[in-house]
Design a protein. Structure first.
Length: 464
């Protein structure tokens, strides 16, 4: 079939090349945005009298009919027509005849594809944002039920100081909140309408770019035609933000995997979110969490793909940029799937609060509190640290906890220790004493929950 650009050519494209450079197999998913953009463009061509009003209307009707055909599954895209842009134009011309050939007036596929991806990513940012908000809501609901569930906090994966499960969950809420913020930031920069940039140098026709931007819901237009067709920063930014979401999910998954071992036994995943072994009948594996952890690598790879694709490109458009789509689509699909399945896994898992509390009571997690107790009695912290270190060593020899030492034994380490020491090192008291804003005490945690709920409610209304 002859190409839309075939005029200057004497030979057909080699079939191998046709297949090689065609992007329709993956950019067909942009059809909605491509047609929406074309409708706005056709309306503007009519409004500015670049084409007649009747022609503009015929194009709009034709494009709407093409959209309906695609949605009804009546269309088979053609590899020969290379990409979604030329496929749509061909389908349009088949439907409306000669006037279809006027659609591409004052437009290039270079500004067209830039428009399509911007429309696409703006939509996807809304969807990923909604998933992030849902996950934060799930975390808050779970946290509310575990404000008093004491668990060990770790550094170096060694038991360090007691915290609560709620506090631990809220740490992830902070991460996902930042992720949401980053996406909104990316959206702001994607929110510029590039049509009018043409192939690279704009156009001689008096387009009304602001009219197009308004119709398509952009807050502004791009201000340099060369940059407009060669900018994919927003794709990089989205994928970088998606990479961080995956980092956060992956860290959380790693903890869930650890917590569901017999060694930790802090949680049990629901049967519906676990899998068995084909050989070992006793196994219940946290495959979902492992797979999310594993899939983080794909998204980091997508980011690398985009950065590498862009780094050596001279201005303006280069065909290399067609490679942006699969990476971006993969990042979008992966992050959405992972956020959804992660939330479900979280909501269905069983929390073994007694095991968490028992683990927090072991491992001398109240040692810092004992040192602080001595500090309050006037001992300089560094000395108190050494005294408690010796007491811990003594306990290790006797296989006892600090709570189990008698007052006489304590007196050998420091004569300043009194009966009130037992309250100071009681695990519940240790948590409750950490009331500073951002700390694990119930009061501070409830305050954090309230703050996050307010933030979620505010982002929801600001995006309406
Ligand atoms: N399929 C192309 C892409 O995705 C569309 C733009 C093509 N422009 C061109 N001059 N070949 O980048």
């Amino acid at each position: 079939m002859s190409k839309l650009w075939g005029g200057r050519f004497q030979k057909e494209t080699d079939r191998l090349v046709e297949d090689f450079h065609s992007s329709i197999s993956f950019d067909k998913r942009l059809y909605k945005y491509d047609i929406k953009g074309s409708i706005a463009h056709a309306r503007m061509l009519g409004k500015t009298r670049i084409i007649s009003q009747a022609e503009s209307e015929a194009l709009v009707r034709g494009l709407e009919a093409v959209l309906a055909d695609i949605e009804a599954g009546r269309v088979e895209f053609s590899v020969g027509a290379e990409d979604i842009h030329m496929n749509v134009e061909q389908l349009l011309t088949a439907k409306v005849g000669e006037v279809g050939k006027k659609l591409h007036t004052a437009r290039s596929r270079n500004d067209q594809v830039a428009l399509d991806i911007r429309l696409y990513i703006k939509d996807e940012i809304e969807q990923v944002g909604a998933l992030l908000r849902q996950l934060q809501t799930d975390l808050l609901n779970l946290a509310e039920r575990h404000v008093d569930t004491i668990m060990p906090g770790y550094t170096h994966l060694q038991r360090a100081q007691p915290v609560t499960f709620a506090h631990h969950l809220l740490a992830y809420c902070q991460m996902f909140g930042r992720d949401e913020d980053r996406l909104q930031d990316c959206r702001r920069r994607a929110d510029e309408m590039p049509l009018g940039a043409g192939a690279l140098a704009g156009t001689t026709f008096p387009l009304d770019r602001k009219f197009v931007a308004e119709q398509l819901g952009f807050s502004s237009i791009t201000w340099n035609s060369l940059d407009a067709v060669s900018d994919r920063d927003f794709a990089v930014e989205f994928t970088a933000a998606a990479s961080l979401i995956m980092v956060h999910l992956s860290r959380f998954c790693e903890e869930i995997i650890l917590w569901s071992t017999a060694e930790f036994s802090f949680i049990e995943l629901d049967d519906a979110y676990s899998t068995g072994s084909s050989m070992m009948p006793q196994k219940k594996n946290p495959d979902v969490a492992e797979l999310i952890r594993g899939k983080s690598g794909r998204v980091f790879g997508d980011l690398q793909t985009l950065l590498t694709m862009l780094k050596g490109l001279p201005l303006a458009y280069n065909k290399d940029m067609q490679e942006d789509k699969e990476a971006l689509f993969d990042a979008v699909d992966t992050v959405k799937k992972c956020l959804l399945v992660f939330g479900r896994m979280l909501n269905t898992m069983r929390v073994k609060r007694d095991n968490m509390a028992a683990a927090a009571r072991g491992g001398f997690t109240c040692a810092t509190d004992l040192a602080d107790y001595l500090v309050r009695k006037g001992v300089p912290f560094r000395e108190a640290h050494a005294v408690v270190g010796k007491a811990v060593f003594y306990c290790l020899g006797k296989e006892q906890t600090l709570e189990q030492l008698s007052l006489e034994e304590y007196k050998k380490f420091s004569p300043l220790v009194e009966e009130d020491v037992y309250e100071a090192i009681n695990i519940t008291c240790c948590v409750e004493a950490r009331q500073l804003p951002g700390g694990p005490a119930a009061e501070a945690v409830l305050e954090s929950i309230e703050k996050i709920r307010q933030r979620l409610a505010a982002t929801k209304t600001s995006q309406k």
